[in-house]
Design a protein around this ligand. Sequence first.
Ligand code: AMP
Length: 445
Amino acid sequence: MEMKSDHLDSLHWRGMATIKAVRGTRDLLPPDTNLWNHVEATARSVFARYGFGEIRTPIFEATELFARGVGEETDIVSKEMYTWEDRGRAESDRGQSLTLRPENTAGVVRSYIEHGMAETGMLEKLFYIGPQFRRERPQRGRYRQFWQIGAEVLGPPWSGSDSALRDAEVLEMLATLLNELGVKGWRLALNSVGSAEDRQRYSAALRDALAPVKDKMCPDNQRRAETNPLRVLDSKDPNDQEIIDGLPKIADFLSEDSRTHFEQVKAALDACGVAYAIEPRLVRGLDYYTRTTFEFTVPDGSGLGTQNALLGGGRYDGLSEMLGGPKTPGIGFAIGEDRLILTLRAQAAEQAAKKLDAFIAPMGVAQNPGALKLAQELRHAGLSVEVGDGSFRLRKSFDAADKLARKMIIFGEDEVTSGILTVKDFSKGEQEKIAREELAAALKN
Ligand code: AMP
């Protein structure tokens, strides 16, 4: 015993290296965790309103689930999974290859099949919140353990699970969730990758188109051009973009059915007023997608750097059969919760740092009522405005205005009688005269 404490002391004194969280993982601490809890509570509340129930699947699964479900040729399965041979504990207990889940859809569908959920004949609406694991190169917004908030709508075909209405409902729900969380400037990119047969025809056309040019592409794309040409479309390699932009488009390979389905999704989104942009190259990184695919991104400056995809998802009509289950069309998405939190923080900071549109400086106490009236007009026009006080010295008005607002409006007797106001722009250090009727429009710039 004595020896042990001596030993510990000596370790301490020798300045032994401390143990740190593993690269690509991190601790979430208070008060940060308050925002995580707020995001999750909001998601739970929105999901409940749309009839979703929670599912919690294991964090590790048989490796084969992802190999079959996500696809051997995807980056996730070919290079990013945490896989190990789990030893059997007894003679009777066979060892098995296990993998930390890199995503949750395959696990949900596995669970759906295992519990015979298809037998109810009903549409299942399931959501999950939890960590996922991928051995990616860590950077801002990209971690090796990250959290996803996701949901799946699936069921036998007669439950209406392949209806375009479901695609639109899921997208409309996501728009609602992002708006309730206060995410600003999000953009929905939408595409259809068609049925498995459409994709096969398209893959063949891509392979043909790539054959004569692939030698000019990066090694990854040369390999993909052979093994999985659809993946070439995901490539960010700057040198290959010109070739990729010239490749055939999936839209020209959609069957009549796939085309009609996509038109129906768009019509339902239009009816709900959810804006979207069609993105022909959006095929997404997982093999199981069919028909509708989508991604929500946020504008530059939202704290995500190059990782600007907040969430992604799509339809996976053949996944259940790939996993040995009954025909079970479905659609789902996964939100990167880490990225959602980064976005909310960055946008809140930007908001806090934002200055008011104008500060009105009355030049005497007699101008106070008129100044307040002008503030009312401008505020009604949607501008953010603060009013000083006529008893302030000019210097004090300038200092207050410079701190609070982008521009200062000088409001003296002359200005009132002439209807021409003097406006100082702090960023340009310039002063200009603007007619009162044009003031609101001028301040908006
Ligand atoms: P995926 O499962 O690849 O479709 O990704 C869905 C969403 O999860 C992405 O849009 C990201 O927001 C998030 N995500 C994926 N990989 C990571 C990662 N390594 N770190 C953080 N978030 C991620």
